[in-house]
Design a binder for this molecule. Sequence first.
Ligand code: APR
Length: 299
Amino acid sequence: MPTIEVIRGDITTQTVDAIVNAASPQVRGGGGVDGAIHRAAGPGLLQECIERFPEGLAVGGAGWTTAHDLPASWVIHAVGPVYGRGSREQLVDAYANSLRRADELGAETVAFPLISAGIYGWPRDDAIHAGFDGIAASGTRVREVRFVTPHEEMARAIESALWRVTPLRILQGARVLHERGFEQVRILPGMSPSGMYWRLELSVGSGDILGYTTGTGSRVAGLDVTAATTPEAVADHLLTLSPGLAPAADPGYAQWYRELMSLVEERAALPIAFADYFDASAGWEIGWGSGVRVPAPPE
Ligand code: APR
């Protein structure tokens, strides 16, 4: 599972095995990071793209070339979807296929721009989480993934998303357990009295099986849960904390939870059921202090 870090800078200067280019389906250069990479690599890159990709690449696809005058060894050209035209799955695939190409090349370090988040207009937070989902889905052997952006606020947004991704993966893991028939799995999330840490208690009928606080970072009952961890792997881990748990139906709760999670993912914000000076009678809040409320879960 790769480490993931954020670099504020220019992807063309990264000394990694492979840099990923946010290309067009024609893979013949362009503006944005595509233009920057072709300028830095020199004219040989375009020539190789014409030879290797005579028909271009599909949206969501990825293909590699050598890196010519760039410090990296390879350029992986990935085609993201245009917001409003392509699908989120294609954006996730663009990351996952880039890492599959990297694995085929034996690359150990890979730098990504935020694919589709520029000219293709994809909303920033969802572009970031689609990148995380693509890394998790790829099962890559790459050791280190970098998100590289020249923009300070983009770098901060990726850092903030990385801070929230462990809680998000636990919540997504609980949804996977519901999908597997363990609808009795319930959550109780909220803020610590200091307001510093987000906490989660995850329980089944017989009692708590997990207590988590963001104070422990990405460690979740002994498992390292990061952006590169799939919700399915989290669900598997949660089941090891409650050996012999039998599936139990609670369709009302499972439906409520699906609705909660679609808001959590849409707003990239964590649910709050308790906090100091928190008025729980108005329901749960999506993002502490956001004012966005959902009804409390069914009893
Ligand atoms: N290093 C890292 N990131 C960069 C760089 C750079 N040198 N230059 C731009 N970016 C960032 C942009 O700020 C944006 O956040 O890369 C992200 C992706 O933006 P675009 O390059 O516009 O790529 P995308 O939104 O995927 O659109 C692809 O643009 O350049 C054309 O040919 C390309 O048609 C394709 C389309």
